[in-house]
Design a protein around this ligand. Structure first.
Ligand SMILES: [Zn+2]
Length: 257
């Protein structure tokens, strides 16, 4: 773990004053690595807060360019970034915020091999994507590498969040909950989404990721956290592992896949 410099002490003062973090926790964060997949309304606040908190290495992945219609919620970009690459814009933003951070940008859709390698190199993966097929790919890579991942989705005035942890025997995987080939029935493009709602979900992902990196608190493993902004209410439902899951279960198919 890296030693804290005087600048670190100033920058992270309010954070390592927290008894559950302390200097040891801050040094742990500085030595940690996170992969953020998707730099939209979830990925912007998640990547920004994780970088601000001093996570030492952040790998950011998105293949898209910024559009004017993104700016209600994708708070890492300004009007002058419209039509520019999201990863390049975000990398500039993160290094401006925290020049100590080691930020690597991946501006293409990762094939299975690269995804597997990058997931294995990360301590936590933050799923800020908006589609099922990418989540199935992340699930497979995280199961193979044993890397925990924090997933969120938001639409209209509603958000949901959970954490999958392949090294926790109680944790379901994504495939336990959704059959392969599931397609989104609705999208933010068609249905709309409130900016601060999706930002809230991205911030909760950042909190959850910091806790996993630090090894503190109770995680969202086995719980789906639901936020209804219209009712301004939070509730949760239990998620159970499926022993017959073809991806993580005890079936012969699981052992060979
Ligand atoms: Zn499973």
């Amino acid at each position: 773990m890296p030693a804290l410099t005087e600048k670190h002490r100033q920058r992270y003062d309010r954070q390592f004053r927290l008894g559950d973090i302390g200097e040891a926790g801050q040094r742990k964060l500085l030595g940690s690595s996170v992969l953020v997949i998707g730099l939209g309304g979830l990925g912007c606040p998640a990547a920004i807060y994780l970088t601000a908190a001093g996570v030492g290495r952040i790998v950011i992945n998105d293949f898209d360019t910024v559009e004017l219609s993104n700016l209600t919620r994708q708070i890492g970009y300004g009007t002058e970034q419209v039509r520019q690459s999201k990863v390049d814009s975000m990398r500039d933003h993160l290094l401006h915020l925290n020049p100590d951070a080691n930020v690597e940008s991946v501006g293409h859709v990762m094939e299975a091999d690269e995804l597997q390698r990058r997931v294995a190199e990360a301590d936590v993966v933050v799923d800020c994507t908006d589609n099922f097929s990418t989540r199935f790919a992340i699930n497979a890579a995280c199961l193979a590498a044993g890397t925990p991942w924090v997933s969120a989705a938001a639409i209209r005035f509603e958000a949901q969040l959970t954490t999958y942890h392949p090294r926790d025997a109680q944790s379901p995987c994504y495939r336990c909950l959704y059959p392969e080939g599931t397609e989104a029935a609705e999208s933010c493009l068609a249905e709309g989404v409130l900016g601060p709602l999706v930002g809230t979900a991205g911030c909760v992902q950042a909190i959850e990721t910091l806790k996993l990196l630090l090894g503190i608190g109770r995680s969202l493993v086995g719980r789906l956290l639901l936020f209804d902004a219209m009712q301004m209410s939070w509730h949760e439902i239990r998620l159970k592992r499926d022993p017959g899951c073809p991806a993580c279960g005890d079936s012969p198919q699981a052992a060979t896949s």
